[in-house]
Design a protein around this ligand. Structure first.
Ligand SMILES: [Zn+2]
Length: 149
């Protein structure tokens, strides 16, 4: 299944980028209909995309993937980052799940925005003159710097 390959690739990429290599992470993939219903059913008979169980005390986490549901996922990176951010903020769960869900969504978006901006910056610094110009926002000015070889 091509989607499973894409999910695995995204986990490999984001586990490293989010500094989670020193956690013990187990990712389990499910496609059996009976098992999907028992593992991924939400309160109101909705099936969730994934469930993340993390124990921040021992830096261990298991992420269960509802494989058929990922067919509908357009941005695999976003969904993978979302689950990994649950691992990062797991300590918050002791105060209930609602705040954790909102913080995870915001942090996921912040990461994606950072990646987008990095891409835009990479384009901005490309010019043929051999010089590059960078806006330094904190000094509200423009500096021209010789490009280092
Ligand atoms: Zn979530």
């Amino acid at each position: 299944m091509a989607k499973k390959k894409a999910i695995k690739k995204a986990f490999d990429k984001w586990i490293t980028r989010l500094g989670l290599r020193w956690w013990k992470l187990t990712i389990r993939y499910y496609d059996d209909p009976g098992e999907i219903i028992s593992r991924f059913r939400h309160d109101d008979d909705l099936l969730v995309l994934a469930r993340t169980y993390a124990d921040w005390r021992y830096l261990q986490a298991t992420i269960d993937i509802n494989l058929p549901a990922w067919k509908e996922v357009k941005d695999v990176d976003e969904a993978v980052i979302h689950e990994l951010v649950h691992v990062l903020v797991n300590e918050m769960r002791e105060g209930g799940m609602t705040h954790e869900e909102r913080v995870v969504t915001l942090v996921t978006k912040a990461i994606l925005w950072a990646v987008d901006m990095e891409r835009q910056d990479a384009n901005r610094f490309t010019n043929e003159s051999g010089l590059w110009t960078q806006d330094i926002n904190c000094f509200s000015g423009t500096a021209t710097v010789e490009k280092a070889e």
